[in-house]
Design a protein around this ligand. Structure first.
Ligand code: SF4
Ligand code: SF4
Length: 148
């Protein structure tokens, strides 16, 4: 699957973004994130400054207190969770306890159809291992290309 994605990146076939849009609908008709939550269990979102300001205010913390308690900087200087699963994943319901104010990265995840899918190929390459929706999208794309 990763080789297939690399080939897409190399060849940049026409109509890819439109295809991703159609396939995304098919994927979400089959996959329910509420019965998965694997991204919250095994990955970390990137927290932007806006995310940190918003979520820390919700908990009556300063941004520094929030970062001190939950986050660390990765080698690119981005703020990430220290813990997996995410501290905001409710242990009983397996749902996000801060859903309305969750990081924008979580709100957009797994970024299946974007204006330029090519810009997200590297993200999909990482996520096929963790995200059934990404896996399914790549599988469906492989099928469509094999039918051409
Ligand atoms: S903030 Fe919510 S949606 Fe984002 S990883 Fe944590 S539990 Fe999941
Ligand atoms: S890993 Fe993918 S399918 Fe599972 S909850 Fe996250 S976005 Fe949904």
């Amino acid at each position: 699957m990763r080789s297939f994605l690399s080939k897409l990146l190399r060849t940049q076939p026409r109509g890819l973004d439109k295809m991703a849009e159609v396939i995304e609908k098919e994927v979400w008709a089959e996959i329910n994130c509420l019965s998965c939550a694997n991204c919250c269990k095994s990955m970390t979102p990137t927290f932007t400054k806006k995310d940190i300001d918003r979520i820390s205010a919700h908990f009556d913390q300063t941004p520094s207190e929030f970062k001190e308690k939950w986050l660390e900087k990765d080698r690119n200087g981005d703020w990430m969770n220290v813990k997996r699963p995410c501290q905001f994943l409710d242990k009983k319901t397996h749902m996000c306890s801060i859903y309305e104010i969750r990081p924008s990265d979580c709100a957009g995840f797994p970024h299946l159809s974007k204006k330029r899918m090519i810009d997200y190929i590297h993200v999909h390459k990482q996520n096929i291992e963790y995200c059934p929706a990404t896996y399914s999208m790549v599988q469906k794309m492989q099928l469509k290309f094999s039918e051409k």
